[in-house]
Structure formats: C-alpha cells, structure tokens
Write a protein that binds this ligand. Structure first.
Ligand code: FES
Length: 154
C-alpha cells in the first residue's frame, strides 16, 4: 500500500491541489502507480478518469516505473548532425530497450530530449545530472558500466 494519506490530508479541500499532490506522490517512488492514482481519486472525491486524465496530460508525470538512472539523449539539430542517432542506437542495443522504455532491472530509463544547451559538446547525453559530450558509440558501454558500478557500490 502506498502511503499517501498524509498528502491527501494536506491537499484535501484546496483548490488546484491535484497537480502538486500528484507531484509529491510521484516523488515518493519516481512514478504514479495505479494504486496511488486510485487512492488520490478516492481521497479527493474525484473520478479516477479525471485523475488519470491529468496525470497523462502533463509530461512531468510518469505512470510506469522509472530507472534509477535516467539517460536523456539529445535529439537537437547540432547533436543530430554529429551522430546523435548512432548514440541512441548504441544505447538501445546495449540496454536492450527502445527510447522511452526502462530496463527490467530498473537500472536505466532511456529518453530522447530536445537540445539540452551543450551544443558545443555534440553529440550529447545526460545521465541523471551529468552531461556526457563528444560521444561516440564506442564510449557507451564504458559510461553505462560506470553507473552500474556506482549502483553496486551503494
Ligand atoms: S543540440 Fe544537442 S545540446 Fe544542443
């Protein structure tokens, strides 16, 4: 059972409380489970369809589990012309998932994003808050291994 009863108490009866409530609920485990959405709908006396509708409308909300490491590959123009697609292809191959998916062990989520403002380093990806630039497909396995090691060391 996801414990969001405190959040429900905090936001119950406040106008416009649904979105901040969803944000805080999502912070608890990185995504909004079906069970959480049902609890929120019941707690705020809203229909489940309404709560799901809001959660799916905003891209900040995730309805599926996310990886511990979020990889974002830039698909902006500068990165595209410098081989961004080959970086994404290598990541998909190494992780065995497609863009937008999460590995089964919940280690990595792979996403494509617009320019992340580091065009001089193209092609670029970020892993969590770290930027990796001037990438080649050959560099990808080592970068992934570094994050796997960090996980193992925790
Ligand atoms: S286009 Fe990739 S960082 Fe700007």
């Amino acid at each position: 059972m996801d414990d969001i009863s405190k959040l429900l108490d905090k936001y119950r009866g406040t106008d416009g409380g649904l979105i901040p409530l969803l944000q805080e609920a999502q912070d608890q485990k990185g995504y909004l489970s079906r069970e959480m959405l049902e609890q929120i709908a019941e707690g705020l006396k809203l229909s489940l369809a309404k709560v799901v509708g809001v959660a799916t409308f905003y891209s900040q909300f995730h309805l599926n589990p996310r990886g511990k490491n979020i990889i974002r590959v830039c698909s902006g123009t500068a990165c595209h012309v410098r081989g961004g697609a080959s970086i994404m292809a290598k990541l998909e191959e190494e992780l065995g998932i497609k863009t937008g998916e999460t590995t089964q062990d919940l280690e990595f989520t792979l996403e494509s994003v617009a320019c992340i403002g580091a065009c001089g380093l193209a092609p670029v990806m970020s892993v969590n808050d770290e930027i990796h630039g001037k990438l080649t497909p050959e560099m990808i396995p080592e970068i992934l291994a570094k994050y796997r090691r960090q996980e193992a060391a925790v």
